[in-house]
Design a protein around this ligand. Structure first.
Ligand code: SF4
Length: 66
């Protein structure tokens, strides 16, 4: 289980993470990133790690809980 954070000063709302981890990230009606789940596990956590590796501005943080 891990907490997902976004560095909103860095995020450019490219949406790339929404295609890689669509269960966790989405785009709002204003074309800005929305975090759908702040705590993730299992396959969703794997997807978030993949998204973090692909984020063009390194804005995605993953912090293990417990
Ligand atoms: S991939 Fe990175 S820059 Fe693009 S929307 Fe996601 S967090 Fe923001």
């Amino acid at each position: 289980m891990a907490d997902v954070t976004i560095d909103w000063d860095r995020c450019i709302h490219s949406g790339m993470c929404t295609t890689i981890a669509g269960n966790v990230f989405g785009m709002g009606p204003d074309a800005r990133l929305v975090v759908l789940h702040h705590t993730v596990t299992g396959a969703d956590l794997d997807s978030v790690h993949d998204a973090a590796a692909c984020c063009p501005v390194d804005a995605i943080g993953v912090a293990a809980e417990g």
